[in-house]
Write a protein that binds this ligand. Structure first.
Ligand code: SF4
Length: 284
């Protein structure tokens, strides 16, 4: 929760009247959460965070984080609104990567049966149902290391993106690593956002994944950003990481040239057969 609030603290779009009111109010607390919230509302988001600054916000009392995080959120978003999104796995399992939390990796015996890319009718039917159920964004996930060399499948997905945009929905994809050219094609097809998580800190990352590097991931985020697509990028807590690693992840995201529009923070669901099957649920 604390991290979500911090992540949201870093978003943009401030309204001046409340900013003025906030800055003229007496300081209610000396915590880093209070000070940084006041600064965010007054000056807007920044990208020059140091790790100790983020650590200090992270270590602020929980109720301070809730209160001051909510202030920033209210000043930045239409705070009575949430967006409902539906995520569909359009190609499940059989992935060549070794992400140690993931039952979709072909390296682990989790009992999951790999499936081919879903056909157009099935995907569009799922999108239609999602729309009828109130979702305004439809997300498609494929368990691939990358889309390079998958021309036929990639072209199919471009078609899905176009069709679903034509239904009046926003569209998000998560397809592994993508090149500049592919990001541009996705943008042309109408893609709203691309999800590519960093998972954890740069330091802890090699304990979790060895088949692609942290810099590979950042490169994909750069391609997405340069193509003009919104970025969805966050991580997972409960991988056995230290609190400094959570701070490290936030630090990387908060110092990107432009902050991700969405920062998903997931909690590990330990799956039997994966290397993290016995990972205890973190109480923190
Ligand atoms: S790349 Fe994605 S689908 Fe493949 S093992 Fe990692 S998390 Fe699972």
């Amino acid at each position: 929760m604390a991290m979500m609030l911090l992540a949201r603290n870093l978003r943009s779009g401030l309204r001046p009247p409340l900013a003025a009111a906030f800055s003229s109010a007496p300081a209610a607390s000396a915590s880093a959460a209070a000070a940084e919230a006041e600064r965010a509302i007054r000056d807007g988001p920044r990208n020059d965070w140091s790790r100790p600054e983020i650590q200090a916000v992270y270590d602020s009392p929980l109720l301070d984080l809730l209160f001051h995080g909510a202030q920033v959120h209210r000043n930045t978003h239409k705070f009575r609104e949430v967006q409902q999104c539906t995520l569909l796995s359009i190609k499940t399992g059989g992935c060549s990567e070794d992400c140690s939390y993931c039952p979709q990796s072909s390296r682990y015996d989790t009992g999951l049966k790999a499936q081919k890319l879903m056909n157009k009718d099935a995907v569009l039917e799922a999108a239609k149902k999602a729309k009828e159920a109130g979702s305004t964004r439809f997300c498609m996930g494929a368990a691939w290391r990358e889309t390079i060399g998958r021309k036929t499948n990639f072209n199919q997905i471009l078609e899905y993106v176009k069709e679903i945009r034509g239904m009046g929905m926003e569209v998000c994809c998560t397809l592994g690593m993508i090149e500049k050219q592919q990001a541009e094609e996705l943008k042309k097809a109408g893609l709203t956002a691309y999800n590519h998580n960093l998972d954890t800190s740069r330091e802890y990352y090699p304990n979790i994944i060895t088949t692609r590097s942290y810099d590979d991931r950042l490169q994909t985020l750069q391609h997405v950003r340069e193509a003009g697509i919104s970025i969805c990028s966050g991580g997972i807590i409960g991988l056995g990481e230290a609190e400094e690693d959570r701070v490290g992840l936030l630090h990387t995201l908060a110092t990107l040239p432009t902050h991700p529009e969405s920062v998903p923070i997931n909690a590990l669901v330990a799956v039997k057969g994966t290397p993290l099957e016995n990972q205890k649920r973190s109480g923190k």
